[in-house]
Design a protein around this ligand. Structure first.
Ligand code: ATP
Length: 610
């Protein structure tokens, strides 16, 4: 720890201070912009409470004076002494009222901050490229910025106000002390330096520890969720995993907790030393006061009040050091927040984006497409080229891991190709207005969403503006086979689905998949991508769906990925991927005649049905 403290040079404190001031100004500006009136009242109320302790010193001096007179002259002096007691009561009541008011304002501002920063973080997450979600460091950062958002700005501002308040109080006390002897004031001011230094250092260590511990904290949360969430409950029981997961959870939780305790322990040695030094200094200053009293430089009343003042200053200094350290800590967390909010969004450059033409008569063209996952640097798609005419039904097939889903994500603009181009009607995907493009495409993935919401919302999110249109909902439900179990839903489209809220109606996996498919139909877009759309459907439902798909997607360009090669017969063209390369393409009959990769896979599957 000594080395740690040495390493934390004054230069790094200066750098930390610059960053802290920068973050503080930025954050406080945002809060004033969000709730100008409340922030102004809060500042005024906090500053008013700062003056009260200084007034209390004068009231105490006066009270001791008048009490002396009561002792000397008897009950005739009772009235004036009582008046001072009343003043004291009034000051306490005023302080109480201000504190209650401050609490109320703080809660209001905290809510405004939570709504503001929560929205910013959520909005940013939704606008970042999908690739960030493949990166563990991104999840670490996301976890750090989403924790305690309501406190971020407010703790900053409150610490700032508390420091200002304490400074005003200390300044008042220093003026009181100066009235007696300059040395008293000087000695008191000297006390601030060591406690401030040690607290700022501690905050720096705590934040870097918090950052370093994030992956382990996420691990511990993950193990806890494995034990508490329904998704995993079956396997945990069948495989008897509870003990193992609890052990793992304990391991990470204990490791982080122990490191924190170790840091506290090491810091506490320094803190005890510094605080011990402060107490010795306070005693010396009090001793000096005693010598002043002995020299007849002050009355008993002043002596009592000044002793009280010196101890109050010491408490105030300690509090202030804690708040200053808190500000440094907040600044480091806030840096994370602003870094996250400044991350480059999917569509961040200012070059004007091209609109997607109403008719896509020139079709889709993929040329020399290559894709490398940045997370592991592996080339997943290489040199893929093909053309698709509007209205064509394209099946994409291949073994597990061949790159089918990755290709679908590239076609949808969710992943940017590392090399090569994808054009829609001659316009490269990266030059197109993303929002407009996404309005024209729809996709259902293997891991489709099961929204724990009503059936209306589950289908309606395909096109939010149409969510209340019963006829459209019914049509989409009929096309995907949701009709088959609609009668089981007590509230029709307004039935809550899923187990998470309001005792919702739980569905089978295949029923959820039908709903996901109706969402795609509900959107009514020009281009449809279905990534294994029928994996959970029974053979009858699958056959029905494919009959429907042919009609429903009439005039629409459809890509469907499937391992069930039987349904590929319905496709106009089949693209066969192998190890990230396009090895064959053609109709079912053409590929069977070619007797290559596809024919081999088809025959193997067919054997199972014979
Ligand atoms: N997020 C990722 N980061 C790194 N590599 C990935 C990621 N997702 C997939 N891969 C790798 O890319 C390759 C292709 O995966 P992809 O999901 O596109 O295959 P697929 O043909 O759709 O497979 P399946 O039939 O099993 O669904 C696999 O080798 C996989 O390991």
């Amino acid at each position: 720890m000594v080395n740690l403290l040495k390493a934390a040079s004054l230069k790094s404190i200066a750098e930390q201070t610059r960053l802290t001031l920068q973050m503080m100004v930025r954050m406080i500006r945002i809060l004033f912009k969000l709730t100008p009136a409340k922030m102004t009242f809060l500042s005024a109320a906090q500053i008013s409470t700062a003056i009260i302790p200084v007034l209390q010193v004068y009231v105490t001096i006066e009270l001791v004076h008048r009490t002396e007179r009561v002792i000397q002259d008897g009950s005739s002096q009772f009235g004036p002494a009582f008046t001072i007691l009343l003043y004291q009561l009034l000051l306490f009541l005023l302080q109480l009222a201000l504190e209650v008011y401050v609490d109320f304002l703080v809660n209001k501002i905290k809510l405004a901050a939570l709504l503001h920063f929560g929205q910013e973080v959520n909005q940013k997450s939704s606008r970042l490229s999908l690739l960030h979600f493949e990166n563990h460091e991104f999840y670490d950062l996301l976890q750090r910025v989403s924790t305690g958002l309501e406190y971020r700005g407010m703790q900053f501002f409150q610490s700032f106000l508390q420091i200002a308040k304490n400074l005003i109080t200390i300044a008042g006390f220093v003026i009181v002390l100066l009235g007696f002897h300059w040395l008293l004031a000087f000695g008191i001011l000297l006390l601030i330096v060591p406690s401030l230094y040690i607290d700022i250092k501690e905050s720096g260590f705590k934040v870097s520890q918090f950052v370093n511990q994030t992956p382990f904290r996420r691990r511990s949360i993950y193990f806890s969720s494995l034990l508490t969430e329904r998704e995993w409950a079956k396997e945990v029981r069948i495989f008897g995993l509870a003990d193992y997961f609890i052990q793992q959870w304990r391991k990470y939780t204990r490791q982080n907790g122990q490191e924190q305790i170790d840091l506290e322990r090491k810091m506490s040695i320094f803190k005890v030393a510094v605080n011990g030094f402060l107490l010795v200094m306070v005693t010396l200053i009090s001793g000096f006061l005693l010598t002043l009293a002995a020299a007849g430089a002050m009355t008993i009343a002043s002596f009592v009040a000044l002793i009280q003042t010196i101890f109050s200053v010491q408490t105030n200094l300690k509090t202030m050091a804690v708040y200053i350290a808190g500000i440094y800590e907040q600044a480091l967390y806030t840096t994370d927040l602003f870094r996250f909010l400044a991350m480059k969004e999917e569509e961040s450059d200012d070059t004007p984006k091209l609109p997607l033409p109403a008719s896509l008569e020139h079709g889709i063209s993929v040329k020399n497409l290559e894709f490398v996952y940045p997370t592991n640097g592996r080339t997943i798609l290489r040199d893929i080229s093909f053309e698709v005419s509007m209205g064509e039904k394209i099946a994409i097939v291949g073994e597990n891991g061949a790159g089918k889903s990755t290709l679908a994500k590239c076609l949808l603009g969710l992943y940017q190709p590392t090399a090569g181009t994808i054009t829609y009607n001659g316009i490269p995907l990266d030059q197109m207005d993303t929002n407009e493009f996404r309005e024209r495409v729809t996709a259902i993935f293997q891991d489709f969403a099961q929204y724990q919401l009503t059936l209306r919302e589950n289908i309606g999110v395909g096109h939010v503006e149409w969510m209340q249109e019963e006829a459209r909902l019914q049509a989409a439900a009929a096309k995907s086979g949701v009709d088959d179990f609609f009668h089981e839903l007590s509230e029709g489209f307004d039935t809550e689905l899923g187990h998470k809220f309001f005792g919702g109606h739980e569905l089978s996996h295949g029923q959820w998949q039908k709903i996901a498919i109706s969402r795609a139909f509900f959107r009514d877009s020009d281009i449809i991508v279905l990534d294994e759309p029928t994996s959970a459907l029974d053979p009858m439902a699958e056959a029905q769906l494919f009959e429907h798909i042919a009609q429903l997607t009439k005039g629409k360009t459809t890509f469907f990925i499937s391992h069930r090669l039987g349904i590929c017969r319905a496709a106009d063209r089949i693209l066969v991927l192998k190890d990230g390369r396009l090895v064959e393409q053609g109709s079912h009959d053409e590929l069977m005649a070619l007797d290559g990769e596809y024919a081999g896979m088809f025959r193997t599957q067919a054997e199972w049905y014979q």
